[in-house]
Design a protein around this ligand. Structure first.
Ligand SMILES: *Cc1c(COP(=O)(O)O)cnc(C)c1O
Length: 356
């Protein structure tokens, strides 16, 4: 399938923001988008790069009612030679295909969509910002667009990719966050859709996050839905603990989102011969470890922040400070090396970076 190119007219062409300072995450979009449509019996068709524009959809469109959808999030980085780096983009499209299986969505040909993404990035290459710590956020999205109110698997889908320049996640430096453990709400349950990057998971976490923010916390730490005992993940990040000299993260269990940053942290830790384990970890163990000082660091890992140190944890009315409340050396080491690989400041021994 060829990708039709329909360039924006010179009058409509916008310039990227002069500076990313103060630009709110996900509020500015580039000049073009990629899209294609799936119909049962035909497959994907009408692949095109076209001016960024609203979607026109019938009010009955399935996705609005039943949420059959999937999204991804990755970034393009400006490298020191002025080129553009992508970080493990195939992993995102492979995960999108796993989400597709769970959500009855059609899968993508990974090499084809990666090619289309690269073509879109070439068109809007001036939208990859230059300033330190900035990047171009890439949002692939797939939605059910059959027009019908009957509950069913759609026969028609839209896939699109949009691009949004984003500022540094830590404009004032690396600040540890305060998180609250939710024992009232759960994010995902065994057999559910927790490991799929699909809209409903985020709608389901809004209330807990709204309540947490009202109480002054940045994020919610989720426990398992069955026993409300084992740690799952935090907000839209996976979570890591440094316990004595071991790095521990909850093992993937079907309700945890399998993060690409998580995977990269684990691979980097193995490369450095650090002691790591993916296992069940209970809130009780963490609580005890924070009291005794054995839990030395807690940090989140996800594309948006890369590494997000946790300075304080709140659980059932008790507050626990992590270490001395500042960013620990392990979190810092992962942050520095991962971002250096992403931006091409450091050699990439893993073949994670793809340069345009
Ligand atoms: C996207 C996401 C993550 C992190 O995944 P990355 O691939 O590292 O960005 C973790 N948890 C949830 C719930 C997510 O949606």
């Amino acid at each position: 399938m060829d990708v039709t190119l329909n360039r924006i007219s010179p009058e409509d062409r916008k310039n990227p923001p002069e500076s990313m300072n103060g630009v709110v995450f996900g509020s500015v979009f580039s000049n073009h988008m990629f899209s294609m449509v799936w119909d049962d019996g035909i497959g994907w068709h009408d692949a095109e790069i076209k001016p960024y524009q609203p979607l026109v959809l019938d009010p009955s469109t399935l996705v609005f009612h039943y949420g059959q959808s999937s999204f991804e999030g990755l970034k393009a980085y400006r490298n020191p030679s002025g080129g553009i780096n992508l970080f493990r983009p195939r992993e995102n499209f492979a995960r999108m295909n796993r989400t597709a299986q769970r959500m009855c969505l059609p899968e993508l040909d990974i090499e084809f969509v990666l090619g289309a993404l690269k073509q879109l990035l070439q068109e809007d290459s001036n939208w990859v910002p230059q300033e330190e710590g900035t990047s171009l956020y890439i949002r692939p999205t797939k939605i059910a667009i059959e027009e019908a109110l009957g509950l069913k698997v759609s026969s028609r889908f839209l896939f699109y990719i949009i691009l949004s320049p984003v500022g540094p996640y830590y404009p004032e430096g690396f600040n540890p966050v305060k998180i609250v453990v939710s024992d009232q709400y759960v994010r995902a349950s065994p057999g559910g859709v927790g490991e799929a990057k699909t809209a409903g998971n985020y709608a389901a976490s809004n209330l807990a996050e709204k309540e947490a923010k009202a109480e002054g916390f940045t994020q919610v730490l989720w426990l398992d839905a069955v026993e409300r005992k084992y740690i799952e993940e935090v907000g839209s990040m996976n979570i890591f603990f440094v316990i004595d000299d071991e790095i521990v993260t909850p093992q993937l269990n079907g309700s945890i989102l399998p993060g690409i940053t998580r995977k990269s942290v684990l691979e980097l830790a193995r490369h450095w011969n650090l002691k790591i384990s993916e296992r069940r970890i209970s809130m009780e163990e963490v609580q005890e470890g924070l009291k005794s000082g054995q839990v030395r660091e807690v940090f989140g890992a996800g594309t948006a922040a890369v590494i997000s140190p946790v300075g304080q944890l709140h659980y059932r009315g008790d507050s626990f400070q992590v270490g001395d409340g500042s960013t620990g050396p392990v979190a810092k080491r992962f942050f520095e090396h991962l971002t250096s690989i992403q931006y091409g400041r450091e050699e990439d021994p893993f073949g994670w970076v793809e340069t345009l």
